[in-house]
Design a protein around this ligand. Structure first.
Ligand SMILES: [Zn+2]
Length: 214
């Protein structure tokens, strides 16, 4: 179930990079491992076979393989072994049937696009990872990125500091000491509990990791 969600998420991210006139012919999930343009490439992601290219979208990178240069030679259970411009690559998929389907697709005759297609064989992409929470009580969704819990922790520390200094100034005030009135009294920042629904305050929420391209 979680894995299915992750797949859908990756797929939704990937299709944003497809061109308008690209037709989505075949989709499969797995690992790509090989050398492309002398660069070692590997990663878990989604493979989208379009009418123009084999688009590989992994964490942190995407790759456009031109069908003209893809030579798929062997299939071993869940592994497809091929060659791209003289470099060996493997595609591993979670299920044997998927490997067979992917193999059939890759070895099938495809119409090569006649209109110019801007081939960029390997491109690094910047991604941010966020945590998405969905309240199981009211359905509210909220996000926080990996940096935010740290900032939240920082704010908590700051509050500890201001509590101490406020307490200090109060104590000083009790003695009637005037300069104490000039001690900084920090406004207490509201610390948002990231586990708490901002709408209804419930702590019952589903947690999911989502990736966005930036
Ligand atoms: Zn709620």
């Amino acid at each position: 179930m979680k894995k299915e969600k992750a797949r859908v998420n990756t797929y939704n991210q990937a299709i944003k990079h497809l061109q308008e006139n690209e037709t989505n012919l075949h989709v499969f999930y797995g690992d790509f491992n090989g050398k492309i343009n002398k660069k070692r490439m590997f990663g878990n992601g989604v493979f989208i076979g379009t009418n123009k290219r084999l688009f590989v979208y992994t964490w942190g990178a995407m790759l456009s393989l031109n069908y003209i240069h893809i030579e798929v030679s062997t299939i071993e259970k869940k592994k497809i072994i091929g060659n791209y411009k003289g470099n060996k690559f493997t595609i591993s998929v979670p299920f044997e049937e998927e490997a067979q389907e992917a193999f059939n697709f890759l070895t099938s005759k495809k119409e090569i696009a006649t209109d110019p297609f801007n081939f960029e064989e390997y491109r690094k992409i910047k991604q941010i990872v966020e945590t998405k929470r969905t309240c199981t009580v009211c359905g509210e969704t909220w996000y926080y990125d990996k940096g935010e819990p740290m900032k939240n922790f920082g704010e908590k520390m700051e509050n500890v500091g201001s509590d101490a200094s406020n307490m200090g100034s109060d104590m000083m005030c009790c003695t009637g000491c005037l300069p104490a009135a000039f001690l900084p009294r920090h406004q207490k920042k509201e610390v948002r509990d990231l586990n708490e629904c901002p709408n209804c305050g419930s702590k019952a929420a589903d947690k999911e990791t989502v990736v966005h391209d930036v």
